[in-house]
Each structure stands twice: as structure tokens, then as C-alpha cells.
Design a protein around this ligand. Structure first.
Ligand code: HEM
Length: 681
């Protein structure tokens, strides 16, 4: 008790010490103290400060927690230093994992006198699951001078705002025709752009020159989000302006849209958000503030005409009807909202602040995630082949015949996306929560009220006891029986967790999966330039991956793919032909499974597979676990007897039961009925 009182007194004295000193000096000036007494007073103030800081550093409740650096006990400037000059995610990850510990890494580290960083799912559950309040750092995300859902620190303010529009982001809403049409039409434009790149090559080799994929994806995200948030016809059309070459933000006229990743802005974002600099932001971050203003003005160009149109009675009535049917856009929901107690609508600045925050939230996260996945797929040809095989054998070729439910049920595609999202670093800073007055315990360490707990997806997603070989891109870790998959997915923290987790999760997954389907059923990708050495992973137009696209029908395994696309009637012939073409089949196999681990030279089973005419080229190879023919032998799905069935018909009936599927079960591909029949033949 005595200790508690002392701590409280210390806190008050420490927090208000400046005011106490100033008052003391004013009093002493009034009673005309001598110069010597003044110096003694100043000396006493410095000593008392040092005593308080030393006590907190060496004997306070956080003193037993290992530190990221010895300076971190004494000052928050060490942490600010890495925030400004390095990648905070990489620096914290290295600190958590670099020192010996019984568990192999430190689940908790002190990063400044009053702040700890955690790398434990249990800790995240205790803090984010219990919805501890946010720190004041989030205030920087307010727009138009108004707070929004994201910037509000209190959980109450957050949940009352979220209730207005959360249903527009639900999976039910995202799978409705309105949103699916928006996504599909924009992705089709993206595919058209890639098509123009591959056909513009003078040699007509079917391969494109390097494409700075992030910029193109930024255009995609902006066009999808603005159409989704307002209305299809009210969205931006950046995709229509894509050119050959780098498509920089300036070329696309997108600098205002890309608020937090416009170079001018992110240089200053630090000064605007970190104490004590933020108090001098108007001086330190002048360009950053200017670019925030430009972005606000830019957004007004979308909001004004939309509001003017929505004010017409007919439009409001139809929105009111559709609000009940998940068919209403986010902005319509904001527009139609009335406070249940006062009956007042939101002010326009509140609506604008909210929508601007949502736009910013996904504007670089989705392109960064997709670019990272492209990069991984392009450098892992075995993954690319398996994924393409699944797409070509399980989905109708025409976008009109497929639904998002079909795409969503593909286990290998899902595994690739999950693994990409596990490793990608989309958020440029860590998330913080403040320990409430009861305190809390994480990894056996007591954290008193007011302690700031920091966590990052980059660290949580790399816990070696949950994700063995955590830095390795290995989609197969997600091919698990349903229950095990769910448990693993719960430990992944890319979208955060708890009531304030990412609202755009379903939208972003739908965009990412649709892009991968539409690109990888048509193109093979390779990485021209990796450009991984950056200060911050999301930063700088000059530091982005350049991807080359090659039409799959023009590439090595094109003939095989063509045969598969033509339909089932050719498949028995394929099996016959395989017998006459062992060399050709070998090249097909090797092109997809060229890494020595998947296809060891001299492996008898694989050699046998290459010449086995009965079950197809892939069935007997133990390294190939996605063979549709092998699956056909095991499947319990009803068998069709019509041999001339249209290859693209009735797929929806035969989409496999919900993914994921057990590792090693060789069942990641869903086999449509006609292929089962042919495999039997
Ligand atoms: C791969 C893409 C994305 C990733 C990795 C991602 C990640 C996150 C994370 C980690 C948070 C929590 C941040 C914090 O608490 O500090 C968050 C919040 C949020 N995200 Fe996303 N996000 C993505 C895409 C999107 C998209 C496309 C949208 C909307 C269009 C969106 C809208 C939001 C919103 C509104 C919040 C605030 C939620 C709240 O305060 O309750 N996100 N996101």
C-alpha cells in the first residue's frame, strides 16, 4: 500500500514536474531569492528528476523485463531513433530473437521506460482480446479536424461509430453481386493492361517487359475502394490511365490519393505523431501537413458530387431500402445515419474523416500484400505450378461462370495467400494499447496501469514455436485438417484481433484472391528485380519489385495447359500420348518442380511416374501432392457417366467441401466429375 501511494505520488510529481518547477521559480522570484538560491533550486530539480528516472529504470515494476537496448530503460529516444532511421519491425524482431532464452526468443521486451513490445499470442489475446484502450498516438489519423473510428482512443466511441457501417464490410456484403462486380471489372482492366504489355513486345514472345507491380496495384485498389465506398459509377479510373513503364504515382496523378505513402508525407508522418515533436508539427512537418490538406481536398472532389446526387429524394429512398440488404455502400450508411438519441445526422466533416481513413487504410496495405505475394510466387516456381494446376482444374475459365465462393474454397490458393499475408510487413509502425487501472500480466511479467503494450504482425506471425522455420515462405504449413488450420489461423495477426481488428479483411482477401486467379490462369511470372533492401518495406517508388509476365500458353508447359483447357475428351488421349512422349512430360514436370528438394535426381518413384502410362504422369510421384488424377481415385463424390460433359459445366456442385485439407493427404485439388471419369478410364 505504501509502495502504491509512493508510486502514485511519484507519478503525479513526475507528470506535472514542469509546472511545479515553474511555480516554484515564480514564487522564489516573488520573494526575491538570491542567485545562489536559484542555482540550488535548479540543481534540486535536476537531482529529483534523475532519482525518479533511475528508480523507474532500475527498480520500477518493468525493471525485470529484458530491454531492447540498455538506453531503453532510461529514455524513449532510442526507440524513436530506430523508428525514424530503421525498419521498426525488423529491429524489434531481431531484438526479440537475438538473445538466448529458454523458449528461443523473448516474448516480452522493454522498448522504452514505459513501453513493452510483445511477441506472444497469449499476450495479444490478453490485451487486444480484452480491448484495452488505444494510446493517444492514434490521434494523428483524424481528418478534417474530426476524429474517426480508427483515431478514437476510447472503446465506446469506437464501437458506436463502427456500428454504423460494419455490415458493409462483412463477408456477406463482400460476396454480393454489387461488390463482386466492382472487383471483377477492375481486375479485368488490370489483366487487360498485362495483356497489352505482353503483346506489345516486338518479338511477340508472349512475355512482358518489367512491370512495377505495386504502382499498378495501387491504381487497382483506389478504383475498387472508391467504387465500393461510394457507388460503381462514382469511383476513380486510375486503371484506365496505366501506361508502359513504371507508372509512378505522379504519372497516375495519384499522389494525393496515396496519402501516407506519398514520399513527402511519410517523411513527416513521424514528426506529426511522436511526442514531443508533434507539438511542433506545424514547423517540423510543414510539407506533411500540406500533403494531408491536398489529400483532403482531393477527397472532397469525390464527396461533393456524390452528396449532391444522394440528396435527391429518390436516391435516398432507394438507399434506405438497400441498407437492409447489404447492398448499400459505406458512404450511403454514413449519409443515412441518425443518432438514435438526438436524431441528428453526422456532420459532413465526420463523414469525410471516416471515409478518408478507410481509403488510407487499404491504399497501400493491399498493394503491398499483393506485391509481396507476387514476389514470392515468382521466386518459388514449384508453388506457382501447384497453384496454377489447382486454378486450371478447379475453376471455370470464364469469370462469368465462377463465384467468389468457388475461389474461396480453393485450398492451395488459400494457403499461398495465408502464407504471403503471414510474412508481409504492411503496417509501418506498431500497434499500441494502454494497460488499464487493474494492471495485467504477460509472460509472467506484471505490467502496471498506464504501461503501453506494443505488438506487430511482423513479430507475432514469426513465433518459431507456432510457425516452425518462421522466415521461410512455405504454403504447405496451411494444408491442415480443419480444426488444426483454424487454430493456426487464430495465431496469425496480419489483420490484428479483437473488436478493433481490420475492418477491410474480407474486402482485401477478395481482391487478392481474384487478382491471383485472373493472373495465374493466364500468365507465368518471374521476378526481374527484387529490391528488398529498403529502409522501410513499403517505402519509395524506386524500390519496388519488377515482375515480368509470360503468357502461359507460350511457355514451356503451354502445350500441356492447352490440352487441359480444351476439355475432358482429350484427356484419355493425353494419357496415351504420354507414353510416346516421356521427354516432353519430363520437361513439363521439371518446369513446375525444378527445385531439387521437390524433384531429387535419380528418385526412382519420380522416374517411374514419368513413364507410368496408367495413372498419368504425376500420380506416382510422391513429391507431387496435388495430382487431380490421384485425387480422382480417392474421391467419394458422385461419378458422372456422361463422357462428353462440358468441361466448364456444373463446377459449382463439385467444389470441394470447405478447405483446408489435411497435409500429405494429396487432396488439395477438387476434381470435377468428368475428370474423375476420365481418370478412371
Ligand atoms: C492486406 C490488407 C490489409 C491489412 C494487412 C490490414 C491490416 C490492418 C490492421 C493490422 C489493422 C489494425 C491497426 C491498429 O489497430 O493499429 C487494421 C485496421 C483497419 N483496417 Fe485494415 N488492413 C488491410 C486492408 C484494409 C482495407 C482494404 C480496408 C478498407 C478498405 C481496411 C480498413 C481498415 C479499417 C477501417 C481499420 C480500423 C478498424 C478499427 O479501428 O476498428 N483495411 N487493418
Amino acid at each position: 500500500m505504501v509502495y502504491l501511494r509512493l508510486s502514485l505520488a511519484r507519478l503525479i510529481v513526475f507528470k506535472y514536474r514542469l509546472i511545479i518547477y515553474i511555480m516554484g521559480w515564480i514564487c522564489s522570484a516573488v520573494i526575491c531569492l538570491s542567485m545562489e538560491s536559484w542555482l540550488w533550486l535548479a540543481f534540486a530539480a535536476v537531482v529529483s528528476d534523475l532519482l525518479i528516472i533511475s528508480h523507474a529504470a532500475l527498480a520500477g515494476p518493468l525493471s525485470d523485463i529484458p530491454t531492447i537496448h540498455w538506453l531503453a530503460r532510461w529514455s524513449r529516444f532510442y526507440n524513436l531513433y530506430i523508428k525514424y532511421f530503421h525498419s521498426i519491425s525488423i529491429a524489434h524482431y531481431e531484438a526479440h530473437t537475438s538473445r538466448s532464452n529458454p523458449g528461443g526468443y523473448h516474448p516480452i521486451l522493454r522498448i522504452s521506460p514505459n513501453e513493452v513490445s510483445i511477441m506472444t499470442t497469449e499476450g495479444v489475446k490478453a490485451v487486444w482480446g480484452a480491448d484495452f484502450e488505444r494510446s493517444s498516438w492514434y490521434g494523428v489519423f483524424a481528418n478534417f479536424g474530426k476524429p474517426n473510428m480508427f483515431s478514437s482512443t476510447s472503446s465506446r466511441a469506437h464501437s458506436s461509430r463502427k456500428r454504423i457501417f460494419a455490415s458493409a464490410y462483412s463477408k456477406t456484403a463482400i460476396t454480393q453481386d454489387r461488390v463482386q462486380n466492382i472487383i471483377n471489372t477492375r481486375v479485368t482492366k488490370l489483366v487487360g493492361f498485362v495483356g497489352r504489355q505482353t503483346s506489345s513486345d516486338e518479338t511477340s514472345s508472349g512475355a512482358s517487359g518489367p512491370v512495377v507491380i505495386r504502382n499498378v496495384l495501387r491504381a487497382l485498389q483506389a478504383d475498387i475502394f472508391t467504387a465500393f465506398a461510394f457507388a460503381d459509377e462514382a469511383g476513380t479510373t486510375f486503371l484506365d490511365n496505366l501506361k508502359n513503364g513504371r507508372n509512378t504515382l505522379e504519372d497516375l496523378n495519384m499522389t494525393a490519393m496515396d496519402l501516407f505513402h506519398d514520399e513527402k508525407r511519410d517523411e513527416f508522418f513521424f514528426w506529426e505523431s511522436e511526442k514531443p515533436f508533434k507539438y511542433f508539427a506545424s514547423f517540423l512537418a510543414r510539407n506533411g501537413l500540406k500533403s494531408h490538406e491536398t489529400a483532403q481536398r482531393w477527397l472532397m472532389q469525390l464527396i461533393r458530387p456524390y452528396e449532391a446526387k444522394a440528396r435527391s429524394k429518390a436516391s435516398i429512398q432507394s438507399s434506405e431500402k438497400s441498407i437492409k440488404h447489404f447492398n448499400c455502400s459505406v458512404y450511403d450508411k454514413l449519409l443515412l445515419y441518425k443518432n438514435p438519441k438526438t436524431g441528428n445526422p453526422l456532420e459532413w466533416t465526420e463523414r469525410a474523416s471516416e471515409i478518408m481513413d478507410h481509403a488510407v487504410a487499404g491504399q497501400d496495405a493491399v498493394p503491398a500484400a499483393l506485391e509481396f505475394i507476387f514476389r514470392q510466387i515468382s521466386t518459388h516456381p514449384d508453388v506457382q505450378s501447384k497453384m496454377r494446376l489447382e486454378l486450371l482444374t478447379s475453376l471455370p475459365l470464364s469469370a462469368q461462370d465462377r463465384t467468389f465462393a468457388m475461389i474461396d474454397s480453393l485450398s492451395y490458393l488459400n494457403a499461398v495467400v495465408m502464407e504471403g499475408l503471414r510474412l508481409v510487413d504492411t503496417i509501418s509502425s506498431y500497434q499500441t494499447r494502454v494497460v488499464p487501472k487493474e494492471g495485467c500480466v504477460i509472460s509472467s511479467c506484471y505490467l502496471p496501469a498506464g504501461t503501453i503494450v506494443a505488438a506487430q504482425p511482423y513479430l507475432i506471425n514469426r513465433q518459431p514455436d507456432i510457425f516452425p522455420n518462421p522466415t521461410m515462405f512455405d504454403p504447405s504449413r496451411w494444408l491442415l485438417p480443419r480444426e488444426e488450420y483454424r487454430n493456426l489461423a487464430k495465431s496469425m495477426w496480419t489483420y490484428s484481433s479483437g473488436p478493433r481488428s481490420c475492418l477491410g479483411r474480407e474486402l482485401s482477401l477478395a481482391i487478392i484472391k481474384t487478382v491471383l486467379v485472373d493472373i495465374y490462369t493466364r500468365y507465368k511470372t518471374t521476378l526481374l528485380q527484387d529490391n528488398r533492401a529498403q529502409k522501410r518495406t513499403w517505402e519509395g517508388a524506386d524500390f519496388m519489385a519488377e515482375v515480368c509476365f509470360e503468357n502461359i500458353l507460350a511457355c514451356e508447359d503451354g502445350e500441356w495447359i492447352e490440352r487441359r483447357l480444351v476439355g475432358p475428351s482429350l484427356l484419355p488421349a493425353t494419357a496415351q500420348k504420354q507414353n510416346q512422349e516421356p521427354v516432353r512430360r519430363r520437361s513439363i514436370l521439371e518446369s513446375g518442380f525444378s527445385n531439387s528438394k521437390s524433384m531429387p535426381s535419380g528418385d526412382n518413384d519420380c522416374q517411374e511416374a514419368l513413364t507410368n502410362p496408367i495413372h498419368g504422369p504425376l500420380a506416382a510421384c510422391p513429391h507431387f501432392d496435388t495430382d487431380p488424377f490421384a485425387k480422382a481415385k480417392e474421391t467419394t463424390a458422385p461419378r458422372h457417366t456422361h463422357r462428353n460433359l462440358d468441361p466448364l459445366m456444373e463446377y459449382s456442385e463439385y467444389i470441394a467441401p470447405d478447405q483446408p485439407i489435411a497435409n500429405g493427404e494429396q487432396t488439395t485439388i477438387n476434381v470435377p466429375p468428368h475428370q474423375q471419369v476420365n481418370a478412371q478410364a
